[in-house]
Ligand binder design. Sequence first.
Ligand code: C5P
Length: 223
Amino acid sequence: PAAVIVAIDGPAGTGKSSTSKAVAGKLGLGYLDTGAQYRAITWWMLTNGIDVNDPVAVADACAKPVIISGTDPAAPTITVDGADAAGPIRSAEVTAAVSAVSAVPEVRAAITDLQRSIAAEAPLGIVVEGRDIGITVLPDADLKIFLTASAEARAARRNGELKGKEAGDLAATREALIKRDAADSSRKTSPLAKADDAVEVDTTDLTLDQVIECVVTLIEGVS
Ligand code: C5P
């Protein structure tokens, strides 16, 4: 069968990563976490003293780091200049800075090229998750899914993931998510948005297994 390209977009905390990894694993597809790439470039900016709130400085520097994403859904990897970035890119500092960095058009152009070449090279196909995959990165994807969930459900899930690390109170997590989504949705270049031809799945009252099953069925319908 031909390679199947699946785009999964949506706000933070809707279950994009958990769903995409599980679905790709079940169907033998590759998996690409594009948020991890924006986080990786942000981490590099922070560790190299670039002012992340200066779009000119960010644009000047953004071609320097070499970001490599491993697409095995059972063990996705991300390196920056050869260093494992999987841990540091999840820090609160990176999370707070990533929306500013990812709003810079030069950053998006560089990362979008990288994403397209990774998708083109996936032998059996790939599940690519992010914010602008269905509209900008892979507009010809075989299937586009837009995941949503209530702010309460998203905050509760994110706090669960952070447990023991940096979990704050639920209200603070909720506010941080809402702030990041507002920034990602209102930027000029490739904002977070649902493609007209995307299937919207509201995950608020679904278990992860139910969301996985739903997406697998949708993929089987197009491949
Ligand atoms: O998915 P995750 O929450 O890790 O994404 C981190 C950030 O990366 C988002 O808040 C957004 O600013 C940026 N991003 C983006 N476009 C994508 C994926 C992520 O701008 N396709």
